[in-house]
Design a protein around this ligand. Sequence first.
Ligand code: AMP
Length: 205
Amino acid sequence: MLTIALSKGRILEQTLPLLKKAGLEIAAEELNSRKLILDTNLDDVKVVIIRGTDVPVFVQHGAADMGITGKDVLLEHGANGLFEMLDLGIAKCRLMVAAKSENYQQGNILKVATKYVKSAKKYFEQKGQPCEIIKLYGAMELAPVVGLSHCIVDIVDTGNTLKANGLIPLDHIEDISSRLVINSASFKTKNAAIKSWVNAIEKNL
Ligand code: AMP
């Protein structure tokens, strides 16, 4: 039995066609049901659909053998207990610094609002810029507007969300896309099955 953890939302929409091409299908009734563990067209493959941030947790602990989530999530989670096997090239976006203007650095310590604490810390450390990270779970764009921070570190796709809130994208930190990750123990114990899925997915990218 193989369990695959998929991220809900915009990544899922782009993941399902990719899995279908590799030979894995989830019926609409399953997707539209309230079940958390979904059956697939194959008796030996089950799928769980969860929050992107939970995917590496399930995979690290072996609750799922494989998973698909964003590089932004993986950078925060770290590589403990899992391998990043494939860049799927879907749900592409950029991790960026954004602020109200280019001159966002005031005072010695830069206040940065973000949910990407590790990535933001690493970026400003490498620049030699002392910073205070303010962890938020959403609506980051609000922080510079209400004076909570000088800038934000967030994911930018079209840039419309930033623009709508009077912010401009400034520094590019990282290109983001969805990745296929594998539990390191499963990679050994279920090697043949996992390799054949990785090959089938890669061939159809
Ligand atoms: P946009 O207005 O197109 O720049 O999109 C910005 C917002 O959409 C961000 O604040 C993210 O929450 C979300 N977003 C955009 N692209 C992605 C992605 N590939 N994965 C997850 N969230 C995304």
